[in-house]
Design a protein around this ligand. Structure first.
Ligand SMILES: CC(C)(COP(=O)(O)OP(=O)(O)OC[C@H]1O[C@@H](n2cnc3c(N)ncnc32)[C@H](O)[C@@H]1OP(=O)(O)O)[C@@H](O)C(=O)NCCC(=O)NCCS
Length: 161
């Protein structure tokens, strides 16, 4: 069993270590990190999953971004410890945080990731949103928390705070 709670200050370095373990070295060079530099994550939506022994098993963070004047949430990083992958924890972290985002009146989420994973969770390819190169456009995915939230003129994602 996992307990999912909001990430606290004391969790920070443990979560960073989990991301370092789960992603290729140099994760902070990814183009999506340009939208996270010098910007605080949305603390209410950053979550950690711990097991009964309080060992960190997974974590997810969200950042504020915008496209034109439309606010959006950038999902990620998300990671599940390699020994806990495939148990549904990644999907649980995403579903729980998306429900909370909806309660908090956010309407649209964007991420850079594999459609084969996120497509099962309801994410679709966003053909009208651009990210800096070398992002593969097929990996720009989004989900609407309010119907029609991604119906907007084509535009580039920008950081926001
Ligand atoms: C991606 C990640 C968060 C998924 O967490 P998880 O708890 O293992 O995921 P779930 O248990 O919800 O789902 C597991 C399923 O997703 C599949 N899956 C996992 N990562 C995938 C990917 N990148 N592309 C396609 N399918 C993927 C698994 O093969 C498994 O498939 P199955 O159900 O058919 O066996 C986890 O694998 C991870 O931390 N990976 C390393 C970091 C990473 O890539 N983060 C995402 C960046 S976009």
């Amino acid at each position: 069993m996992y307990a999912i709670n909001t990430e606290k200050k004391a969790d920070y370095w443990e979560v960073e270590a989990l991301f370092d373990l789960c992603f290729a070295p140099g994760r902070e060079a990814l183009s999506s990190y340009r939208f996270r530099e010098n910007i605080n994550p949305i603390s209410e939506l950053c979550m950690v999953a711990r097991d009964d022994e309080k060992i960190l098993a997974g974590a997810i963070r969200y950042w504020p971004v915008k496209i034109h004047e439309y606010k959006a949430l950038l999902l990620g990083p998300i990671a599940v410890h390699p020994t806990r992958q495939g148990e549904g924890l990644g999907a649980l972290l995403i579903k729980d945080s998306l429900s909370l985002a909806k309660e908090l009146d956010y309407s649209r989420i964007i991420l850079i990731g594999d459609f084969s994973y996120y497509g099962r969770l309801g994410f679709k390819k966003l053909t009208n949103i651009k990210m800096p190169k070398p992002t593969n456009p097929d990996r720009i995915l989004g989900i609407e928390l309010i119907s029609g939230a991604w119906d907007m003129p084509s535009g580039s994602i920008k950081s926001s705070n």
